[in-house]
Design a protein around this ligand. Structure first.
Ligand code: NAD
Length: 257
């Protein structure tokens, strides 16, 4: 479905981003990966999934100049990008009055501003070519809040707003901009929160996991990166041509309550 297209996925060395990159590669897209950690393993996984046309750029999503370079490098190497998945994200849990200022700044930069920077560089090319897809990985926290997550909730509400504004600007160009809003997904970002809960209350990993789900997610099931990637592929398909500015939840009923 995506032969000849180039996809750039930020934060694609792990979790949801890696799942998105694999699914896009399986559909024939060329992939520009980004993120920290085990880069070689991510490159190998995505190469094995697709044509092998996979590259990596280590841009730090806190740095607008590095983000510009990431998009330009993608353009030089593969053309495009035709698909941008803004996925890189971090979490920090603390009350507003205890929130480290440096963590606030990093969350706003990585979880919100980086999407503005990829879009401001990538959208002109997409509009010019008359086809493009921007998929912003927001969260249920783009729609509702939880205590202790002020920066994350602010950034994710922000990215939902950014998605809507950009979608309107692109409405007649063949480019769509949408947000995806997952509930709990069992990735390193969430495992840290399970570990913290287990340590605080003296629980087993299984019990901490069960409590985490029971608190928010009626289905009591994690969404998987593969399920989120299937939604991203739908948005990239012809059936997604007229889907604009949505904040599409996949959250086991979290936001239905
Ligand atoms: P993860 O920790 O597995 O992956 C995060 C990715 O972002 C990694 O590749 C990491 O290297 C990258 N990253 C972090 N800081 C970066 C930086 N400064 N520059 C470049 N890359 C950076 O987490 P995940 O759960 O897969 O999260 C992916 C996205 O999904 C995030 O935006 C997160 O907010 C969102 N999300 C996750 C969940 C969940 O339950 N896991 C739910 C809703 C939304």
């Amino acid at each position: 479905m995506l032969q000849g297209k180039t996809a750039l996925v930020t934060g694609s060395t792990s979790g949801i981003g890696l799942g998105m990159a694999v699914a896009l590669a399986q559909q024939g897209a060329k992939l520009m990966l980004n993120g920290f950690g085990d880069v070689d393993a991510a490159l190998q996984t995505v190469r094995a999934a697709g044509s092998g046309e996979v590259a990596y750029h280590g841009a730090d999503m806190r740095r607008p100049d590095e983000i510009e370079d990431l998009v330009h490098q993608c353009e030089r190497q593969f053309g495009g990008p035709d698909i941008v998945v803004n996925n890189a994200g971090i979490q920090h849990v603390a009350l507003v009055e205890d929130f480290p200022v440096e963590r606030w700044d990093a969350i706003i930069a990585i979880n919100l501003s980086s999407a503005f920077h990829t879009m401001r560089v990538a959208l002109p090319g997409m509009k010019h070519r008359g086809w493009g897809r921007v998929i912003n990985v927001a969260s249920v926290h783009g729609l509702v809040a939880s205590a202790g997550k002020s920066a994350y909730v602010a950034a994710k509400h922000g990215i939902v707003g950014l998605t809507r504004a950009a979608a309107l600007e692109c409405a007649r160009s063949g480019v769509t901009v949408n947000a995806i809003c997952p509930g709990w997904v069992l990735t390193p970002l969430v495992q840290k929160q399970i570990d913290a809960r287990a340590a605080e209350h003296g629980l087993s990993n299984e019990e901490a996991e069960r409590q985490l789900l029971a608190e928010k997610e009626p289905s009591l099931r994690f969404t998987t990166p593969e399920q989120l990637a299937a939604l991203a592929l739908f948005l990239c398909s012809p059936a997604g041509d007229n889907v604009l500015g949505t904040a599409w939840n996949m959250d086991g009923g979290w936001t239905a309550q």
